[in-house]
Each structure stands twice: as C-alpha cells, then as structure tokens.
Ligand binder design. Sequence first.
Ligand SMILES: *Cc1c(COP(=O)(O)O)cnc(C)c1O
Ligand code: SF4
Length: 392
Amino acid sequence: MPSVRRADVSDAEWFSWRWQLAHMMTSAEELARIVELSPTERAGLAASAHLFRVGITPYYASLMDPRHASCPIRMQAIPAPAEGDVRDEELRDPLGEDSHNPAPSVVHKYPDRVLFLVVDRCGIYCRHCNRRRLVGGDEPPTTADLDAGIDYIARTPRIRDVLLSGGDPLLLSTRRLDHLLGRLRAIPHVETLRIGTRLPVVCPMRIDDELTSALRKHHPLFINTHFNHPVELTPEARRACERLADAGIPVGNQTVLLRGVNSSVRCLRALMRGLLRSRVRPYYLFQGDTVVGTDHLRTPVETAMELYEGLRGWINGMAVPHLVLDAPGGGGKVPILPSYLESLDADTAVVRTYRGVRIAYPQPRARDCTVPYDDIYFAGVAPDDDREGTVG
Ligand SMILES: *Cc1c(COP(=O)(O)O)cnc(C)c1O
Ligand code: SF4
C-alpha cells in the first residue's frame, strides 16, 4: 500500500524530507486527527513526558491503521503506559556502550570495528530503542566530539570498519555527511564504511539523487536499515532502497523482534521476502535488548528460536537473517541458533533438517586442517590484533 498523503499538504511539501522532519508528530492531539487513539495509547502519550520522546514523521504516521491499536506502526511509534513499568533487570545502557567509549561519540567494543555516533536525533523515536539514553536531541555531538572521534579512528590502525550510527546519520545535511565520510575515507586503514539508518522506513524521501550521488563517492559503503514489518515496505520505501542499490550500495536490514508486532512466522516470512524483493538483504534479527521500559515488547528466547526455525529452509536462504542476542553489559552479539546438530563424535554428526528429519553425516578420516600455504602467503604479515576494543 502506498502512503496516504494528507489532504492539507501539498505534494512538494509531502515529498520533501525536510518538511517531513520539520513536521514530526509528537502529541495526542495531532495523532487523534488521523487515528482513533485507544485509552491505552492516550495514557501512554500522557505519560510520555517522563518516558522517551515521541516523534513520528507524517509519512510514517500515514501508514497507521486508523481503527486498530494493534497496528504494527502504532505499536512501534506510540508509547504504552507499560514503558513506565521498569524492572530491576532493565538497563539504561543495556549494551555497555558507555564503558567502551575511548573518545566522545565512539564505541569500540569489537577488535576491528567501531560505532561512530554522529547525531542524536531520529526520524522516529522507536518504543523499543536501545539507545534511548542518548537519542532525543538534548545533547548533540559537537564538532569537537566528532573531530576527537575521527582522531581516535585515525590513530587506531586496527579499526578497519566504521559504522555511522546515532541517532540517524542521514539526518545530517548531505554536505556535512559527505564531508564526514570523506574524512573517514581518507584514513588508510579504514577499509569499509557503514551507515545505520531508519530513514528509508520512516522518511524514504530522504533518499534523493543528491544523497545517492554524495554517498557513491565513498565506496565501499554499506547501508543497514531497520524494517520491522511488511506494512513498512510501501512503494516509496522500496524505491528508496532500490535507489541506494542502484548507487552501488549494498543494503542490509536489521529487524528487532517485537512481541505482538512481528513475532509470528507468517509476518517474518513476508517481511524477509519483501525485503529481498526490494534488493535488501536481511542481516540481523535481534532478540530485544533489556533496555528500560521495553519488557512488554520482548519475546521469550525460545519463541525467537522457534520463529527462526520457521524461516531457515522454508524460504530463500538469502532472506534468512542471523538471529542474535546482544549480551547485556557489552559482551557483544551472540548468535542464538537453534541446535540442528543432534549428536557429534569423531565418526558421525547427526543433523536435524528443517523438516525435522534426522540424518547421519559421516566425518572425514583426516583431522588435521592446517593450511600449509598460509606460511608462504602470509609471510611477513603481522597477525590480527584481536584484543577487545576498549576494556570497560
Ligand atoms: C553491532 C555492533 C557493531 C557491528 O557488528 P557487526 O556484527 O560487525 O555488524 C560494531 N560495534 C558495536 C559496538 C556494535 O554494537
Ligand atoms: S531509529 Fe534507531 S536510534 Fe532512532 S529511535 Fe529508532 S531504534 Fe533508536
């Protein structure tokens, strides 16, 4: 379904990303004009001043089902009063990012790659956001913070990949983004650049020709976006993804499992297939993080694994993302693969197929897997520096 442009807005305004972002909807009064707010949604919106900021582009709001509060767009964008019901186990900084922070705006956790948090605003404030402590527009990174981040990356040669995140990096002006990417690209040891953005989902107008011409100068550049439900795959959103792909940018997707929003096999299959058809490669399927006020949106881990089993084997393998849990405290992403290995010894591995059939796989006779040519091919090359990024 295409988005429904509001009757009081001109085409020029509706298709302008700056207009969309300047007119983000934040209040019950504005939302009540387009949907029949439920008592629970009204209570959530009334309490939201003490929770996490509310903000929805008119485009994304136009995808809301006006009659049903169970609408996946509404559930992602409109707060529930349950957000105020914080459990002891829930964390402000569930992934321990603030303790892996060698420079302002840089999170260095894994050996060879960093997150670079370049902006603190978004085109939507997702109710499940795991970075709600930082995102909201109160303390934007300063030019000095960004300079210090680039300086850290430049003097840390084991960083091979920089992932721009935030907030949403595509909220920067194209000129500033281009400049930032250019400075990172100029660092010889930085091999790949990545951008994490939700704008193709919530403000597809942002993906215009000016942007793609700027981005394509910085290859190899990858974009990961964040679709959570097939209803988000509108013609506009799909076109935005295709434009990026046409600019030579491989587009991946990270989905967060959300209870009652996308926690069914049917929904996930439709989403993953729809993404692939839009030339977007599903990358991660996240078990929800233990961030404050999101208990009601998390699925049990057993459910996550069952959902994964409903994908692997049943749909195109390229549409099957990795199911991961980001370990609380900062351990990093851990795959939570259901066990397809029933037993394993030196002679035989017994596997379970996606249809539940047990099949024996005979092991090879030889056990030594050394690669003799390594010593020749890698002669004189220093081994990887595999230390943890910043030990908190
Ligand atoms: C997710 C994440 C990355 C990127 O991880 P990949 O598995 O390489 O996609 C890098 N740094 C931090 C801190 C992360 O949380
Ligand atoms: S777009 Fe990403 S960073 Fe922004 S609120 Fe949503 S989940 Fe958080």
